[in-house]
Design a protein around this ligand. Structure first.
Ligand code: TXA
Ligand code: MG
Length: 323
């Protein structure tokens, strides 16, 4: 079957839901980034995700749900703070890692006893789940290790014919993946900083704990190298400033450095608004990746709120060209 690239509307979402039900792959928008979805209860369908992304199979997937009934089909939780988190932040960019139920196949959880679940705040995603009637397993719809997709065109560029349907729902709002929290008994662990600032979560849970899965990372969120463009990317520090030429691209955080002799440039957020910076991050990196620039230099973001999630992505991207 050839890939179908469809503007998202009721008809195309219904078509896409049929593809999900029959075991195919659908790329769809969420409020964070585009997801590469498959039937989350069908191990063979889920295996196609790993194939298309070229993703190491030890990495578990997030199940996307549209109701608390559906949550109860796949996960257990007793901690009252989990209910508070759900009431406050769902639908939204928060993924919860909870005890799984029997029905969830091992390929989804990479054999773990926990499952990652989230309810996306995007009408197209919610309808796709509703019309399918099943939780949809979806990682970000990019090739493993490369830039995350915030537009349907990004998905087409990286995955193209490996997908059955791409639902085009325009640019995503948040622009950066969900924040992932693992719940163990009374304790809450931060697995990946993301689109929901951890400070907001801590208002309910208290200080989040850190966790490190040493050799077998549970989360690519915990890999040292990830989210990289296909050309060198480096931080804009003193040494970099003295080396930049017209052949290089620069991604500024708030303000351009005047008279800097560089090629193509972008500013993440002229107002210094971290939400806008996060929303622009991957889109601008895709543009700079596609430009003629030889090296992409990026300015650091402030270490607070969404700035932490932005820096997490940038550190992992720049590590690829440093390690
Ligand atoms: O915003 C998002 O979260 C996007 C959209 C599409 O929903 N999805 C996304 O998925 O970023 P992915 O697969 O790129 O990242 C999901 C992360 C991975 O790092 C994975 O290892 C982790 O969730 N994860 C999933 N299940 C887990 C589990 N049981 N324990 C620990 N980490 C888990
Ligand atoms: Mg990803």
């Amino acid at each position: 079957m050839n890939m179908q690239y469809l503007k998202a509307n009721n008809d195309s979402i219904k078509k896409a839901a049929e593809v999900i039900k029959s075991g195919g792959l659908v790329a769809f928008p969420t409020e964070t980034v585009y997801g590469l979805g498959a039937n989350g209860l069908d191990p063979v369908a889920a295996a196609k995700i790993f194939e298309a992304k070229n993703r190491p199979t030890f990495n578990p997937l997030i199940l996307h749900i549209n109701s608390l009934d559906m949550l109860n089909r796949v996960a257990r939780f007793i901690n009252p703070d989990v209910k508070k988190l759900i009431a406050r932040f769902w639908p939204g960019p928060l993924t919860l890692v909870l005890r799984k139920k029997e029905i969830v196949p091992g390929i989804i959880t990479a054999g773990h006893t926990t499952v990652a679940v989230r309810m996306p705040a995007n009408e197209i995603a919610l309808k796709l789940i509703e019309f399918s009637g099943i939780p949809i397993a979806a990682p970000s719809a990019n090739a493993f290790g490369f830039l995350s997709p915030t537009k349907a065109e990004h998905v087409k560029k990286q995955l193209g014919e490996k997908v059955d349907v791409i639902l085009d729902g325009g640019s995503t709002d948040v622009g950066i993946e969900s924040t992932i929290i693992e719940v163990r008994g009374d304790d809450f662990y931060l697995l990946r900083p993301g689109g929901l600032p951890m400070e907001e979560i801590e208002e309910i849970t208290g200080k989040l704990k850190n966790i490190s899965y040493k050799n077998t990372p549970n989360s690519p969120g915990q890999l040292k190298v990830h989210y990289s463009p296909s050309k060198p990317i480096k931080f804009l520090d003193e040494t970099a400033l003295s080396k930049i030429t017209e052949e290089d691209a620069v991604l500024f955080f708030r303000e351009e450095i005047e008279n800097l002799n560089c090629g193509i440039k972008r500013v993440l957020s002229p107002d210094g608004d971290l939400r806008i910076a996060a929303a622009n991050l991957f889109g601008y990196l895709h543009e700079l990746e596609e430009s003629d620039a030889k090296i992409i230099y990026v300015e650091k973001a402030p270490d607070e709120g969404l700035g932490k999630a932005i820096m997490d992505r940038l550190i992992k991207a720049t590590n690829k060209y440093k390690l």
